[in-house]
Design a protein around this ligand. Structure first.
Ligand SMILES: Nc1ncnc2c1ncn2[C@@H]1O[C@H](COP(=O)(O)OP(=O)(O)OP(=O)(O)O)[C@@H](O)[C@H]1O
Length: 263
């Protein structure tokens, strides 16, 4: 929890990423350095196209950097790995598996089978409040429920780092608020290192111990802002003095970057 001494979990060193494009090269990341501490919840905001997803995909091992390195537990990242779980905006569930089957998938990958796998799956299904839907298929669920399954599946695979790319971006405001609370409670209970991308400054502040503000393309880290809102946090934390101060400050910084994009 906040204040406890921690080790660096993910180290990002001088990361550059360029993509080929029709008009030459696009520089998506231009010298990104960041230490993500063990069990820390980091949220990332910045204007569209500033390289947030590129950064997450490189940490996930789904993309390779053009130069620079990323380490997880001092090991250089060269590809995907079970210690890093990813949740995307689109739920990416297996349509042929039930809720329980989807959640068990990551448990089976760890070599856990039978009754133990069953009990673990139920623990994570309860965590996201879906115990009445264990035998339902994804097509029978709402968007919010599907995203709950995706989160339960990611947790059940027991990664030590959870990478989330706008996981609530496609949800209505009420479901989004509910899932923020669930994610907060889950993280408070079962801490993991979380790296969470969002366009929503309020969401970044309520979830994050630190908010990383990225600058307009080519992406760099403009500033890392500590969020001193005490735990346990809930929606009422959004009217606290700490929240409102952070919101004014972060929003003004992000807005400057939006203006850069529009120049
Ligand atoms: N596979 C690719 N090929 C070419 N260009 C790419 C590729 N992926 C990303 N880019 C470019 O790299 C830049 C950063 O993209 P990225 O998706 O990382 O930004 P983002 O901050 O996540 O954007 P958004 O907030 O809109 O999702 C953009 O200019 C994008 O067009």
């Amino acid at each position: 929890m906040a204040g406890k001494e921690r080790n660096v979990k993910v180290k990002i060193e001088n990361l550059h990423k360029t993509y080929p494009s029709r008009n030459g090269e696009v520089t998506a990341l231009n010298g990104v350095n960041l230490d993500i501490m063990e069990n820390e919840f980091i949220t990332v905001v910045g204007p569209s196209g500033c390289g947030k997803s590129t950064l997450l995909n490189i940490i996930a091992g789904l993309e390779k950097p053009t130069s620079g390195k990323v380490y997880c537990d001092d090991q250089e990242i060269n590809g995907t790995g079970t210690e890093r779980g990813v949740v995307f905006q689109q739920y990416a569930l297996f349509p042929w598996l039930t809720v329980k089957g989807n959640v068990q998938f990551g448990i089976h990958l760890q070599g856990i089978k039978g009754e133990e796998a069953d009990q673990l799956a139920m623990k994570y299904i309860r965590m996201v409040d879906l115990e009445d839907f264990v035998d339902h298929y994804p097509k029978e669920l709402s968007g919010g429920m599907k995203q709950r399954v995706a989160i339960a599946r990611a947790y059940a695979a027991n990664p030590s780092v959870l990478l989330m790319d706008e996981p609530f971006g496609a949800l209505d405001a009420q479901t989004r608020t509910q899932l923020q609370e669930e994610l907060l409670h889950t993280w408070e209970k079962e801490q993991k290192t979380c790296f969470f991308i969002t366009h929503d400054v309020d969401e970044a502040i309520i979830l994050g111990q630190k908010v990383v503000i990225m600058s307009a393309r080519p992406g760099r880290i403009k500033e890392v802002v500590d969020i001193p809102i005490p735990y346990p946090r809930n929606q009422e934390s959004k009217i606290s003095k700490e929240f409102l101060e952070a919101k004014n400050y972060i929003w003004s910084q992000v807005y400057k970057e939006y203006l850069e994009v529009r120049k």
